[in-house]
Design a protein around this ligand. Structure first.
Ligand SMILES: C[S@@+](CC[C@H](N)C(=O)[O-])C[C@H]1O[C@@H](n2cnc3c(N)ncnc32)[C@H](O)[C@@H]1O
Ligand code: SF4
Ligand code: SF4
Length: 323
């Protein structure tokens, strides 16, 4: 398995965030999509469009360097599972030998189940005891517990993603979610809610002292469900000391449902656009964006949960590579 560093040196993306649809069956108070309801013209990508984009691209299929695998694809939205061709889309990636990771709200189990069959890696968003309040759907917490009961022991890699905000910034909520992750064999990944992002502005305020308490608790938690990088990321956000290096633009590419290819998910939308897949192929867009990507390697314009902002070992390695 090629490392982040090898992808970086070869100038190839490691993960593609594929926003297949802008539609959703939930109503989360803090969601970047919900906040942008008025601005966003709702789009959805068809299976045939996705097939064309992937078949025309050497980068997306991993055909540029045989020793470096094709980028993983995080299928999401909006809510990916409500897309009418969701099963066919993950089946296409599976048949092409590509790795898709499902990121889902797990609201409608009849939609999640058939999609989950075709992916080996599933991330479920779960915001703790007050989940249904922050996510705006009654019964979502119950459906998540039911989905976890079905998936635990299935051999799939499972992650719970907890987005931290005023609705769950307390140690009881963290302990509850950590306990759930341990009981169901999930990794637990934290994501600090960003009030500034791609598509909107939030109106909530995160109290620094509470985030620092949570970070200190996590540092001492010593749980195999947590990754050191992710805990350090929470600490750095709490201390407002994220490094001035962000490798998101080098390792990740974001494709929106309308075909726009974005540098990252933290910049203002118009600044982030590097092209549109209805006009050019992915490879041409990626190559043409090289100098723009380099421009943002020292960016700290957002506090999004780019795991790479928290990957301090990687930052040291890349600095060494540059001498
Ligand atoms: C945009 S959703 C799309 C996938 C799916 N609908 C879900 O909720 O898992 C992906 C993740 O983004 C997180 N998210 C939404 N708004 C956010 C914000 N303002 N800041 C940080 N994360 C946010 C959600 O909690 C969720 O875990
Ligand atoms: S389920 Fe996901 S996309 Fe839908 S409103 Fe919530 S965070 Fe946004
Ligand atoms: S820090 Fe800058 S480059 Fe990195 S994700 Fe945020 S806006 Fe994008």
């Amino acid at each position: 398995m090629a490392s982040y560093l090898e992808h970086y040196a070869a100038n190839l993306p490691r993960t593609i965030y594929l926003y297949v649809t802008d539609h959703c069956n939930s109503n989360c108070v803090y969601c970047v999509f919900r906040m942008s309801n008025a601005k966003l013209k709702r789009s959805e990508m068809s299976l045939s469009f996705i097939q064309d984009v992937w078949r025309q691209s050497f980068i997306l299929k991993g055909g540029i360097r045989l020793d470096i695998p094709a980028p993983k694809i995080v299928v999401q939205g909006g809510e990916f599972t409500i897309h009418p061709e969701a099963v066919e889309i993950v089946r296409f990636f599976h048949d092409e030998g590509l790795t898709a990771i499902l990121l889902t709200n797990s609201v409608d189990l009849d939609l999640v189940r058939p999609v989950a069959e075709w992916v080996d890696d599933i991330t479920i968003s779960y915001d703790g005891p007050a989940h249904d309040v922050s996510r705006g759907v009654k019964g979502n917490k119950t459906s998540i517990h039911a989905m976890l009961a079905e998936l635990t022991g299935s051999g799939k890699h499972l992650t719970l993603q907890m987005t931290l905000g005023p609705w769950n910034l307390n140690l009881e909520a963290i302990e509850h979610t950590l306990d759930l992750a341990a009981r169901t064999g999930c990794q637990l990944r934290f994501n600090v809610a960003s009030s500034q992002g791609l598509l909107g502005q939030g109106s909530y305020v995160i109290k620094e002292a509470q985030l620092i308490d949570v970070a200190h608790f996590l540092e001492g938690a010593n749980s195999s469900c947590l990754s050191i990088e992710n805990v350090r990321y929470v600490t750095k956000v709490a201390e407002n000391s994220l490094p001035h290096h962000c490798f998101s633009t080098s390792f990740y590419s974001t494709i929106m449902a309308n075909g726009d290819v974005l540098l990252c998910q933290g910049l203002d939308y118009t600044e982030a656009i590097t092209g549109n897949l209805h006009q050019s192929g992915f490879d041409a867009i990626w190559i043409m964006a090289q100098s723009k990507r380099a421009q943002y390697s020292h960016c700290r314009a957002c506090t999004l949960s780019c795991q790479l902002m928290g990957d301090f070992n990687l930052i040291e390695e890349v600095k060494e590579l540059h001498g």
